[in-house]
Design a protein around this ligand. Structure first.
Ligand code: PEP
Ligand code: MN
Length: 366
């Protein structure tokens, strides 16, 4: 599905689209110093949480409107854009009043269509960029639904942020990435920018580079990385934040590849190679079809001679020989073992059908 009207916005920001900044705005100095550091590494979109959705009560829940005033001053001084999270119409009103450039909707809001509809209604007539984080639970429809609600309210600059999915089981991630889901979202909405938030996926700073590179390899359009002047002293999400200096290192090391190239020679050579692949795949299918014809022939032969379908020694022999062929041909033997097992299983299934047909026939006669 493609939603009309979202097309032109991809080029609004240069790719990769990088947002970095603290989990939460804490003090004017913390925010200003962090923004300075980040801007010095070439990033000019600063994120900052102003209202914080905390899982348990009685924690720091964000500075609120006073932080928006700090942001206004810092924007004027540094010539950067700011993104903040909004969770209700009041947040939207305050953020827009204080000149916030980009809004994002947090994972805890995306799960709730009532909240999303209220936010969408409050944004009617204001075409501000809005990024929608995936819902906490791995439900692609909820994510799509939130984007549709915003679009129906007239917004055209909509983006998505992948921040991983909650799971009860302990894993090495704070939120499991389940990359298939954001990639399916990208297939649904081909034109909207999709960025990755490795900080909330990882939950610790040691995995930020690895996850960012993975997102770049999967053709994400950018990153949102939690960055703090003194991560260990952060008032929220201390373990996963990195310093502006580390952000600079990571951005310098990531290889962002192009989804395609304008180079004519590259395009025509790629087409040639793809044509060759298509031919080979066709041959591969024909070979499998011929193999299955032989399998059927053997099935009838076994049936007529009252011989079992599965023959242990034959299976041992062929799996050994195929394993060593894989080795010799430079193929991954484990992968080829799996593939061959599937082909063999399907062969047995066909021969079983042939045997059963015979049983049916004798039953009908008696
Ligand atoms: C955040 O970005 O600080 C945040 C609360 O994220 P999420 O909604 O992904 O949990
Ligand atoms: Mn956070």
């Amino acid at each position: 599905m493609e939603i009309q009207g979202l097309k032109s916005w991809g080029g609004h920001y240069k790719r990769p689209l990088i947002m970095a900044g603290p989990c939460s705005a804490e003090t004017f100095e913390q925010l200003r110093e962090t923004a300075y550091g980040i801007r010095n590494h070439g990033v000019n979109i600063i994120r900052a949480g102003v209202w914080k959705p905390r899982t348990r009560p009685n924690n720091f829940e964000g500075i609120g409107v006073s932080a928006l005033k700090w942001i206004r001053d810092i924007k004027a001084e540094l010539n950067v854009e700011f993104a903040v999270e909004v969770a209700n119409p009041l947040h939207v009103e305050e953020a827009l009043y204080h000149g916030i450039d980009i809004l994002w909707i947090g994972a805890r809001s995306t799960v709730n269509p009532f909240s999303i509809q209220e936010i969408a209604n409050s944004l009617r007539g204001v075409d501000v960029p809005v990024f929608v984080k995936n819902p906490i639970n791995p439900d692609l429809s909820l994510w799509i639904g939130a984007i549709e609600r915003l679009h129906q309210a007239g917004l055209t600059k909509i983006g998505a942020i992948h921040r991983g999915f909650s799971s009860y089981q302990k894993t090495r991630f704070r939120n499991v990435p389940q990359w298939r889901i954001p990639l399916d979202l990208k297939k649904t909405f081909t034109e909207i920018p999709l960025i990755c938030d490795p900080s909330h996926i990882a939950g610790n700073r040691s995995m930020i580079f690895e996850l960012s590179q993975k997102a770049a390899d999967l053709d994400f359009d950018g990153l949102m990385i939690e960055t703090h002047r003194q991560p260990d002293d952060a008032w929220s999400d201390a373990k996963q934040q990195i310093t502006p200096a580390r952000l600079g290192e990571i951005l310098g090391q990531i290889k962002f590849r192009n989804p395609t190239s304008r180079n004519k020679e590259f395009i025509s050579h790629l087409e040639e190679l793809r044509e060759e692949i298509d031919h080979l795949d066709q041959e591969l299918y024909e070979v499998i079809a011929n193999r299955m014809k032989l399998v059927d022939q053997i099935g009838y032969y076994k049936r007529d001679n009252n011989v079992t379908i599965f023959q242990k020694n034959r299976w041992k022999e062929i799996s050994n020989s195929r394993h060593s062929w894989a080795d010799k041909l430079g193929l991954d033997p484990e992968f080829m073992d799996e593939l061959f097992k599937m082909i063999h299983e399907n062969s047995i299934k066909r021969q079983t059908l042939i045997m059963n047909q015979e049983i049916e026939k004798t039953r009908n006669v008696s």
